[in-house]
Design a protein around this ligand. Structure first.
Ligand code: TYD
Length: 219
């Protein structure tokens, strides 16, 4: 059992908040737990992050390979060693993000993506994947993003340190394809995927997350 738990979902679904809350709860339960995020989590990944998110123009293929390079480093340098030491790893996004965004969202070849995912993850799959499911229009309104608009300075708008919002700025249809892609993945493998209604208040989502993780890991 890998004890890798991933959070997936569209932009603004609340993954980062829920991932942090889950880590806190696992630690309170006495479990050694680390939190990682994609893209990022290693010196290479953190340097690639602003580039991937739009600091430098990149073709879809170059973008795909940067996500996979960041992932390969994270798996080998952080995730695998932690799992070997018996630590639970909570990941804010993992390889399914690439299937959802580059595959369903951008329409890139699924077979190529799956092959690259296998190489980057070294065959590692999450034990539990929590899909925070929310209508893209509601989620994007939450983060103050306006699909299809240029990055700008609207009040309340979430600005990444790199100042870029490459994916959040995609048209609504892109986010709808991503959301539908995630739902398809969840339907195809219900033993790993747990779909959680992310339109609910934060505490209710956290309770649902905990009931899934607690019962699967028998905590
Ligand atoms: P981030 O700020 O981490 O967004 P979020 O808080 O929604 O996770 O930025 C990561 C962006 O990169 C996000 O829009 C999803 C996208 N992404 C992909 O397109 N493919 C991938 O493989 C991963 C990991 C992320």
């Amino acid at each position: 059992m890998s004890r890798l738990i991933s959070f997936e979902g569209g932009d603004g679904a609340g993954k980062s908040t829920q991932a942090a809350l889950l880590v806190e709860r696992l630690r309170l339960a006495g479990k050694d737990t680390i939190l990682v995020r994609e893209p990022g989590g290693t010196p290479l990944g953190e340097q690639l992050r602003p580039l991937i998110k739009g600091e430098a123009p990149a073709s879809p293929t170059a973008e795909l390979l940067m996500f996979e390079a960041a992932r390969a480093e994270l798996v080998r340098e952080v995730i695998r060693p932690a799992l070997r030491a018996g630590t639970i790893v909570v990941s804010d996004r993992f390889s399914d993000s690439t299937i959802a965004y580059q595959g369903y969202g951008r329409g890139m070849d699924m077979e190529i993506i799956e092959n690259l995912n296998r190489i980057a993850t070294d065959g590692l799959q999450p034990h539990i994947t929590l899909l925070l499911d929310i209508e893209p229009a509601d989620a994007l309104a939450r983060v103050g993003s306006q699909p299809g608009s240029q990055p700008g300075a609207q009040p309340g708008k979430r600005i990444d340190p790199a100042g870029q919002q490459k994916f959040e700025e995609q048209p609504l249809e892109f986010h709808e394809r991503v959301a539908e892609g995630y739902r398809t993945l969840a339907r195809e493998d219900p033993s790993r995927w747990f779909v959680i209604d992310a339109s609910r208040p934060v505490e209710q989502i956290a309770e649902r997350v905990w009931s899934v993780v607690g019962s699967v890991l028998k905590i």
